[in-house]
Design a protein around this ligand. Structure first.
Ligand code: ADP
Ligand code: ZN
Length: 310
């Protein structure tokens, strides 16, 4: 694709996280040409550095996959804001406005997990599918949901990492979610594993009971997602999913929970239905490139927003 000026178009990608900001430039095929990662400091420090980076590369559009919660309703005067985060300086911050003001280009914006599922749909494991769920199991748990060709937002945006699960009777750990205590994230995130077993999750590889319990909780959530959203594939990523022994257990337990009720072609081969993330961990960044491409193609929604709401 060529930019309106005629030369090869460069797109910007920003995976905005609570601890680091992963910036990259690339093209519409998902190819990453350059990267820069900086720690997440206050916006007044971090945003000008990132804007300078994208400006130097002359990006034609920017895609932002962001930690939340976010305002994603395009008709809202606060569209493009990070809203109620406890992260210092970023609460009620107009991140889309900041970049569109600095770069004067279209900005695509969604949650970090929706960017990840979009990366997998555009370039990875879910290519060609129009219903996919991407679950990250790391410091937190979150799910990006792509349904019938669209990223799902709904009322706010899904927070599927916080679904309730049944705590196993032999599990003495109370859970660490500050809102729900023993929701999925409270019982199965990396920090929950560490708090329950007294050691970092990556050091527990040879303790089968750790992963058997972990698979139990994840399977409960996946069965819920499958029954509710009917995805064609579920992709699992994040640090905890580096424990590859989880996959066969999760597949088996999910199938057991579904109990043969759903007669779908996809569910006959669980090895291809519940799969590890592809793209060498770059689905977030690549999804941001795709968000940028879509924003570019859609013209300039940010300008439209400003003209409507000023
Ligand atoms: P984040 O969620 O912060 O973006 P990660 O997806 O890497 O980052 O998740 C970090 C969590 O994953 C930590 O709780 C860490 O203990 C856990 N983790 C990282 N690597 C592994 C591993 N190889 N096996 C199990 N758990 C891991
Ligand atoms: Zn919770």
């Amino acid at each position: 694709m060529r930019a309106r000026g005629g030369e090869e178009m460069v797109l910007g990608a920003l995976e905005a996280g609570g601890t680091k900001m992963a910036c990259a430039v690339g093209d519409e095929t998902g190819k990453i040409l350059d990267r820069m990662t900086i720690p997440t400091d206050l916006p007044s420090v971090t945003v000008p550095r990132m804007a300078a980076y994208f400006g130097e590369h002359g990006v034609a559009a920017l895609g932002i996959g962001c930690f939340g919660p976010l305002e994603l309703r395009e008709h809202s005067p606060r569209y493009g804001y990070i809203t109620s985060t406890p992260k210092s300086g970023w609460r009620d911050y107009d991140i889309v406005g900041a970049f569109s003001g600095a770069l004067r280009c279209p900005i695509g914006f969604d949650t970090d997990v929706n960017a990840a599922v979009l990366g997998e749909v555009a370039f990875g494991q879910a290519r060609g599918m129009d219903c996919a769920v991407y679950v990250t199991v790391g410091t937190g748990i979150g799910a990006g949901i792509y349904i019938e060709g669209k990223l799902l937002h709904g009322m706010l945006h899904p927070e599927a990492g916080h679904v309730p699960v049944r705590r196993r009777k032999d599990d003495r750990y109370a859970g660490n979610c500050p809102y729900h205590r023993d929701c999925l994230e409270g019982l199965a995130s990396g920090p929950a594993i560490e708090a329950r077993w007294g050691e970092k999750a990556e050091l527990l590889a040879d303790r089968p009971e750790v992963w058997e319990l972990e698979a139990d909780y994840l399977a409960q959530a996946l069965a819920g997602y499958i029954l509710t959203l009917s995805p064609q594939i579920i992709i699992l990523g994040g640090g905890v999913m580096r424990q590859e022994q989880l996959f066969p257990m999760i597949r088996q337990k999910t199938a057991d929970l579904l109990g043969g009720y759903l007669q779908a072609e996809e569910l006959r081969d669980m090895d291809r239905y519940i799969v590890p993330a592809g793209l060498r961990g770059d689905q977030g960044v690549m999804g941001c490139l795709e968000l940028a491409r879509r924003a570019y193609d859609a013209g300039c929604p940010e300008k439209k927003k400003k003209s409507i709401h000023l």
